[in-house]
Write a new protein. Structure first.
Length: 631
């Protein structure tokens, strides 16, 4: 429970100390990894592209120097580059294999497939990049996010007025204020979704939409935003990840709402790009004039004549005209937008300086560190948090900071102290009832029910929706060189279970044979293969590519970690649990929220592969095993 005897300011000061600890832990881990990990390993992990080719350099619409790169090898490896991440360049000498690092860093502006655009500081030696042998690019340590979170906590600690009021409210049992008016009816929402929208509209301070898997949280949130815009001119919508911002933005655009997206989308298509700030800026009728003035400024600087007394006068005049045009374009773009959308960290963007909003909506709030939520909170009067604290938590690398409470989110804190501000969505539209029932009973006090149209959904007649294949009961051929015991692989000591991976694909193949090839293709039955361990995911991907049987179905099968499947769903989910040892050690499988995400991705069929004696020493897995056994 929250200790409300601690003052809000002391609690936030404690958060700041823990955040500092997390910063130092992550920075040190990054330093060690950089020293110890070879380039090839970084490429495999998705943290580097090498070699890359420079296509062109140019000034973008925001007047930043941009370099466009293309990776020329390992193009099938999934990478971790995305908008806003800091990067550094390096080159590898062909003869000596010596790695030379470039001094300046850049920022990812855009990534699509094997193409990346990076913005670099003015004066960056682009010519050196073009001439470099074996050029590469790698992720750098992200100082900026930590700095912005620290500054946000400092602001909240010193906060007066509305910010100070919200800070004190979130850490005390003082009741949040509400408006009083009759409930509105929304014919296309169910009763709990309708309650959630009404609670959002009544809230003066804070409201929480708690959305378990498949309960239509995004639908509810979009409706709440639409209704809020009937009363307010503009709202701020944020989320922890670019992908979550893209998702909610796309749904709002589908409802005809004018969205201005600060930062670049992860899923790159014309629809997504059309509402980004950069595209709108370039499309403004005054932009060609502004571009011409900026070009004149660059030409003037590069052709400056010695003794030109009017240089500064000309320069200041041009800069003044450029600033005037920029302000006019920005005023137009922000004036017509109803929703400003960004990640929590990007809400610190200077473009939003001076802007105030009535309401802030934070989607996927249970995945964000509390400090990140305080970044946009300074700009608003009230906040609506949506998410599910029984699903994926925020990532915290420092064990000490995690144990001391850094992983506790603002949403969790408010759910505990102010249950009266929470609406639980109770009808799910994704899963067969048997799959949903275990999650509902264990995580949501049995309150979540299945919509009638999905309750009995299945692929095969009389199919059992959940199956657990106990690998401890399987026998391998006598000449097999693998076992069902977990092992460590590679420099990062990733956990892997090779025999279990083989059986995972055999189980899927057997299920596919039951369904029939033609039906699989005609109905486009999609499959997710999940493992909590990245090393197992990579091993499964390699095995899948080798299996001739799966060739016709590959586009319908995706293999990823639990985190990689957050927010997604598939007809069939297969989970490889990996852990198998004599001590009953299950490591981070003890984070039950991850397993909640994994098992609730399945619409019609869930197949779990795992060593029952190892896993069922933990009460959760014991209950899950018994539940499946009794179906």
């Amino acid at each position: 429970m929250v200790n409300v005897q601690t003052s809000p300011i002391q609690a936030l000061q404690q958060q700041r100390l823990l955040l500092q600890l997390e910063y130092e832990t992550e920075k040190e881990a990054f330093r060690q990894q950089t020293q110890q990990t070879g380039i090839a390993r970084k490429v495999k992990r998705g943290d580097a592209w090498w070699p890359v080719k420079v296509c062109k350099s140019y000034y973008n619409s925001l007047n930043q120097l941009a370099v466009e790169l293309v990776r020329t090898a390992d193009t099938d490896i999934e990478h971790n580059f995305e908008f806003g991440k800091p990067v550094s360049f390096f080159s590898v000498d062909d003869d000596s294999a010596v790695i030379k690092h470039f001094r300046h860093t850049g920022t990812v502006s855009y990534v699509d497939g094997d193409r990346m655009v990076v913005t670099v500081p003015d004066g960056f030696p682009v010519i050196d990049l073009q001439n470099a042998e074996q050029l590469g690019i790698q992720l750098s340590f992200d100082e900026t996010s930590y700095r912005l979170m620290m500054e946000a906590l400092d602001r909240a600690i010193k906060g007066k007025g509305r910010l100070g009021y919200l800070r004190d409210l979130f850490y005390s049992h003082q009741k949040p204020e509400t408006f009083v008016f009759p409930s509105m009816h929304f014919p296309y929402l169910n009763a709990t979704q309708e309650d959630a929208v009404n609670m959002v509209l009544r809230a003066k301070d804070v409201a929480i939409v708690h959305g378990p898997p498949g309960t239509g949280k995004t639908t509810t949130l979009v409706e709440a935003i639409r209704e809020t815009l009937m009363r307010e001119n503009q709202v701020l919508v944020c989320a922890q990840s670019n992908m979550a911002v893209d998702w909610i933005s796309e749904k709002l655009v589908d409802r005809g709402i004018n969205v201005l997206r600060i930062g670049n989308p992860t899923r790159v298509n014309d629809k997504m790009l059309s509402f980004t700030y950069e595209r709108r800026f370039e499309a403004h009728p005054d932009y060609p004039h502004l571009w011409a003035i900026r070009k004149a400024i660059r030409d003037l600087r590069s052709h400056r004549k010695r003794g030109d007394e009017k240089f500064h006068q000309k320069l200041e005049s041009l800069k003044g005209r450029a600033t005037e045009l920029e302000i006019r374009i920005n005023n137009d773009l922000f004036g017509e937008a109803r929703v400003i959308a960004s990640t929590l960290v990007s809400s610190a963007n200077r473009l939003l300086d001076g802007h105030k909003f009535g309401t802030l909506f934070i989607d996927e709030a249970a995945q964000a560190l509390e400090a990140a939520c305080w970044i946009p909170l300074r700009r608003v009067s009230r906040v609506v948090l949506a998410g599910d604290h029984c699903q994926l938590p925020p990532t915290v690398k420092s064990i000490a900071a995690l144990k001391a409470g850094l992983g506790k989110t603002l949403m969790e804190r408010i759910v505990e102290i102010h249950p009266e501000a929470v609406t639980l969505l109770k009808v799910q539209y994704r899963m067969n009832d048997d799959i949903m029932r275990f999650s509902s009973n264990y995580f949501y006090d049995g309150q979540v029910e299945s919509a009638p149209e999905v309750k009995y959904r299945s692929i095969l007649d009389l199919d059992t929706p959940m199956t657990w294949i106990d690998t401890s009961q399987l026998e391998l051929p006598a000449d097999s060189d693998v076992s069902f015991k977990e092992e460590f692989v590679g420099e990062s000591f990733g956990r892997i279970n090779k025999a279990e991976a083989e059986v995972t694909l055999l189980a899927l193949q057997h299920y596919f044979n039951q369904i029939g090839k033609q039906r699989l293709l005609d109905e486009r039955i999609d499959v997710g293969i999940i493992s909590p361990y990245r090393a197992q995911v990579q091993y499964l991907r390699r095995l899948l590519m080798k299996r001739e049987f799966f060739k016709p179905f590959r586009r319908y099968i995706s293999v990823n970690t639990v985190d990689g499947f957050q927010g997604q769903e598939r007809d069939v989910i297969v989970i490889s649990m990996v852990r198998s040892n004599d001590d009953g050690q299950i490591g981070f499988l003890r984070d039950l929220r991850r397993m909640n995400v994994a098992i609730t991705r399945a619409r019609m069929k869930l197949i779990i592969l795992g060593d029952v004696p190892t896993l069922t020493r933990h009460p959760f897995y014991h209950q899950l095993w018994q539940y499946i056994d009794n179906l």
